[in-house]
Design a protein. Structure first.
Length: 432
């Protein structure tokens, strides 16, 4: 499906989305009045038809539109209406492909019109697509087999206007519950998109992680090809592999090893590199064909972590594992996990959820993700808070991304039904 690349076209699509939602709301209001029921605006607009249309339109527009939906769903999902939370969660993976004609137009601008002469083959059918670009497999005349990520046209130059317009649609539509402040998410989506649309920056991140993991026999990082990369096209070596979810069919030892490797890498990113690939989307990982190594993909969401925060997190985890509740609360407030603006009972509930996590980690040296009901208990607690009017104060963005990464690792390890020696891995990094 063609990506709307002009600013006017993108604004028009969002305007049509808002008008359509309002129109359906008016029709529903008239029906309610005929039945003697006083209509509620937010309830009229937050209908299944409207939230479905919202998700479809954000996926069509890609870029800033999809990114805002992803950011909103990853932090506020527990207190959003279930239908909206589910649909926004789809935006973590869903995107339409560009038609071939539009793809060639982009490559002609970036590489010049004679680029096909440099390739033995170029598959115009993408092997993957996401919020910013889609990936194609190709072979250069010099024999290099490459994966080429091509950015959707208009995404970079429309970031600021898209973010403002999508935010306005979400606010006016009634789809976001009262009390949730969109401003931090709008600001972060804008900042993140400006970074992620710079493919040369991503290429540098890719090369840096490749150097760090060059001696590892557990991970594969594609090689960055700067001679065919631009700010809008990223070229790297093609690495064969299977979706990480396919590892669920491997034996228990293999699943345990793969999940343990990912947890160990996360801890290295946090405590050693102080830099993290912060997007835990399953599509960013593959399993090598031999089932022994993990292929790491997509370093656009790489971000530095402040050393002071790393030190606080090390102390926080150590305090939690030792059962030092007072120290845990002190550090939680210092890092911004707890806000004085929240009600006292909500703060107590957050501390209870933190204690729940540490209690589970202390319970056994090997964490059995298949048997753990921690995720369900945390979700139940969050929903109970939402029913009492809790609207989460925005987390500091570094913590938001760490929370996102941890949640993603948990979901993936659970998908693999893995058992991971988390206590041992933490001790390896001087924690506990």
């Amino acid at each position: 499906m063609r990506v709307p690349s002009g600013r006017v076209a993108r604004v028009a699509r969002l305007g049509s989305l808002a008008a359509g939602a309002a129109g359906r709301g008016v029709w529903q209001a008239a029906r309610d009045l005929r039945q003697g029921t006083r209509p509620q605006l937010a309830g009229l607009l937050a209908t299944p038809a409207n939230v479905t249309r919202l998700a479809e339109e954000l996926a069509r527009m890609r870029g800033a539109a999809m990114k805002l939906g992803q950011l909103l769903s990853m932090d506020a999902g527990e207190v959003l209406p279930p239908d909206l939370a589910e649909i926004l969660a789809r935006l973590r993976n869903d995107a339409h492909f560009m038609p071939v004609r539009q793809l060639k137009q982009v490559l002609n601008v970036e590489w010049g019109t004679h680029w096909p002469r440099a390739f033995r083959s170029f598959d115009v059918n993408p092997v993957a697509a996401a919020s910013i670009g889609q990936v194609h497999r190709a072979v250069l005349r010099d024999g290099r087999e490459v994966a080429v990520k091509v950015q959707y046209p208009g995404v970079a130059r429309s970031i600021d206007s898209d973010i403002a317009n999508v935010g306005a649609v979400l606010r006016l539509s009634g789809l976001v519950p009262q009390g949730i402040d969109l401003t931090p998410y709008l600001d972060e989506a804008r900042r993140l998109l400006h970074e992620e649309t710079d493919y040369l920056r991503e290429g540098r991140n890719l090369a840096a992680f490749g150097r760090r993991l060059s001696t590892s026999d557990r991970f594969v990082v594609p090689e960055f090809h700067d001679d065919w990369s631009t700010a809008r096209v990223l070229a790297m070596s093609y690495v064969a592999g299977r979706p990480i979810e396919d590892a669920a069919g491997l034996d228990q030892d293999a699943r345990d090893r793969l999940a343990g490797d990912l947890v160990a890498l996360f801890l290295r990113e946090l405590f050693e590199f102080e830099e993290m690939q912060s997007d835990p989307n399953f599509a960013n990982y593959m399993v090598s064909d031999d089932g022994q190594r993990i292929v790491l993909l997509d370093f656009g969401a790489t971000r530095r972590i402040a050393p002071a925060l790393v030190a606080d997190l090390r102390d926080f985890i150590a305090a939690g594992l030792c059962g030092d509740d007072e120290r845990v609360e002190t550090l939680a407030r210092r890092m911004g996990m707890l806000s004085g603006a929240d009600r006292a009972d909500h703060q107590a509930a957050i501390l209870s959820m933190i204690a729940m996590v540490f209690s589970e980690l202390r319970a056994a040296p090997v964490f059995d993700f298949a048997q753990s009901d921690l995720a369900r208990r945390l979700q139940d607690s969050a929903m109970a808070m939402a029913e009492t009017g809790f609207a989460p104060s925005p987390l500091p963005m570094d913590l938001l991304y760490l929370q996102r990464k941890v949640a993603g690792m948990f979901l993936l390890a659970r998908r693999l039904q893995a058992r991971v020696p988390v206590q041992h891995l933490l001790r390896d990094h001087g924690v506990w």
